[in-house]
Design a protein around this ligand. Sequence first.
Ligand SMILES: *Cc1c(COP(=O)(O)O)cnc(C)c1O
Length: 377
Amino acid sequence: MMQIPMVDLKTQYHHVKQEIDRAILDVVENTAFINGPAVKEFQSALEQYMGVKHVIPCANGTDALQIAMMALDLKPGDEVITTSFTFVATVEVIALLQLTPVLVDALPGTYNIDPVALEKAITPKTKAIVPVHLFGQCADMESIMQIANKHNLAVIEDNCQAVGAHYTMNDGSRHQAGTMGHVGTTSFFPSKNLGCYGDGGAMFTNDDALAEKLRMIANHGMKVRYYHDSIGVNSRLDTIQAAVLNIKLKHLDTYIANRQHAAAYYDKAFANHPKLTIPARDPKSTHVFHQYTLVLNGVDRKELQAKLQEKGIASMVYYPVPMHMQKAYMDARYKEGDFPVTEELSHNVISLPMHTELTEEQLAYVVDGVLEAVAND
Ligand SMILES: *Cc1c(COP(=O)(O)O)cnc(C)c1O
């Protein structure tokens, strides 16, 4: 029986082992553990790849969001709008900074934030919007930037899942995900599309003044050593992680192509199936498939997962509980039923194995496993 995990970082490592081992050993030999040359190298390489003026590396994707919100001078009580269908980090940092998270519903096809609901949620206290490019596809940035400009709001793109995706605006301009808002954030968590061998993150901006501020806040609020101009944090990308990322960035486009190949295979197998809905594509965005996520129609998800597991096929539910139904974020403002699309998705989505190393044989095995399991459900 085959075993198909959600991600296969081991096989990926073995394909680039020589390069990676050499890069890591080099850092160790030079004991350049903190802010070593590989960090600057990676920063420049990623600036070039992203077509953005400034990349500011930091310790993880959650820090990136927090530092971005600190740099935008948001004040306690300011409202920040984001989607209820996301990973907790997005909402967590808003709450930690004593800002008010204002949640809105997602769209049923792309699972990304609904721009109509977003605009309706704006009040005089609203200061920022955090669109999440969920599962690897850009949110409706055309509408979001229009709304933000109209209401004078900052946009922080949570790009933890969509590094390498492109978005085409109505004026024909093409942008990397994470470079359209005032600041973009990402994570290099190992399983992310551009992942390192531990924790890592970065922020993106084209604004020189904002870049300086982001860099300062990530470094204890100091520009000159031991002179602290603002309250900051300690958030650095390790040199060893930067060395790994320098290698992985060179392979990113191939990795994305492999993910897209797997997604196309799944699409072909599941399109038009009465019990399965494949992920919708926004024609303005490319999709880099951090996850391949189906919506089940009248299938018992737990049973399906158990049947897949019996065949050695992994599956996951991203995300089983919407943010407005989480114990930590439950609030008198929200109740069950407020965000019907998000709630429906949280009950019926299922993510299949998706990574850079899937073979045709493995894809065929997953497809057969899923089709067989739903056929006699
Ligand atoms: C992974 C992720 C984060 C957090 O990144 P970490 O590096 O784990 O802190 C934030 N938002 C989204 C949407 C993510 O997927």
